[in-house]
Design a protein around this ligand. Structure first.
Ligand code: GRG
Length: 298
């Protein structure tokens, strides 16, 4: 697969995701209009859509119908958008800029931001349960369970709790990894698994490979996020740069330094590629997505 082909597939998939999200979100003309407008503000017209891209790339390996993947991708992105809205609130990361725009509580108000996150989260499960996303009812139930577990206290929300408790503390590398595996990794892992389960179940061996790849890429995403936060400026990131250091947050860069973080990212990327090799050409897009996660623009 050439770079141009991958770039075209990425654009097509991002555009399909935008269409699916726009269709799932209530129109701003429907009451309560301000809440619906704020939900659309939080979700539409921004973001790299990395999680939807992973859903589609993994789903293609399982021969999943594209309509299944559109809905699953939409659901996971709604959860991601909710997490960003809540994460930016004053009680958490207290940020004013996200995706190059004022954060939801700045553009609207805090109570609206809270409700936007709540409503996006429940909408994700409406999408997963209102539409066929699997070839069997039990498969569909598994997918709903998978996303719920990845988002909840044993997944993303739990990771956020660990993160908040860690501010100003010295974490070991293992503790930092546990935090990221939950906070960022759980939803990225769920994206790959949702895609894989939206079609014909891959063999146990292939599923294990995909799962291992997904875990690795989830952690890799965070190592790169720490590097970007330390290196890039606010204008490039579209969110406030250097916040981790400002908030005395433990990061890979603060723990092992910039050069070692870059070496770690390169090693993890090589391992992700090696894991996919036995899957052959079917995994080309997952290979390219691992590269994209490391070299992502911001
Ligand atoms: C509030 C329950 C709750 C959870 C928040 C994931 C998370 C937990 C917060 C996000 C904060 C953050 C900046 C984490 C670092 C990694 C990350 C998820 C970055 C943003 O994801 P991208 O780069 O963003 O995929 P876009 O805007 O491209 O969608």
């Amino acid at each position: 697969m050439s770079n141009a082909e991958f770039a075209r597939w990425m654009r097509d998939t991002q555009s399909r995701t935008e269409t699916a999200l726009a269709a799932a979100l209530p129109e701003p003309s429907i009451a309560p209009a301000r809440l619906h407008e704020a939900m659309r503000y939080a979700v539409l017209g921004g973001g790299k859509r990395v999680r939807p891209l992973l859903v589609h790339a993994a789903g293609e390996i399982a021969g999943a119908p594209i309509a299944h993947l559109d809905h699953a991708a939409c659901a996971v992105e709604l959860i991601h958008a909710y997490s960003l809205v809540h994460d930016d609130m004053p009680c958490m990361d207290d940020d004013v800029l996200r995706r190059g725009k004022p954060t939801v509580h700045i553009q609207y108000d805090e109570a609206t931001a809270l409700l936007v996150g709540d409503a996006l989260q429940t909408l994700a499960f409406q999408v997963l349960s209102n539409h066929a996303v699997s070839l069997t009812p039990s498969g569909q139930l598994n997918m709903i369970r998978l996303l719920a577990t990845a988002s909840g206290s044993r997944g993303m929300a739990g990771g956020q709790a660990i993160d908040l408790a860690a501010v100003g503390k010295q974490l070991s590398r293992e503790e930092l990894e546990v935090m990221h595996v939950h906070k960022t990794g759980a939803l990225i892992r769920a994206s790959v698994l949702l895609g894989a389960q939206a079609g014909n179940m891959p063999t146990d061996e292939d599923l294990q490979r995909l799962d291992h790849y997904a875990k690795l890429v989830g952690l890799l995403f965070q190592v790169v996020d720490d590097i970007l936060d330390a290196e890039a400026d606010t204008a490039t990131l579209g969110k406030t740069a250097g916040k981790d250091a400002d908030h005395a947050k433990p990061t890979y860069v603060s723990l092992i330094g910039l050069d070692e973080s870059k070496r770690l990212a390169a090693d993890m990327l090589a391992e992700a590629h090696a894991l996919l090799t036995p899957l052959g050409e079917r995994a080309n897009r997952l290979h390219a997505l691992a590269d994209y996660i490391v070299h992502r623009p911001f």
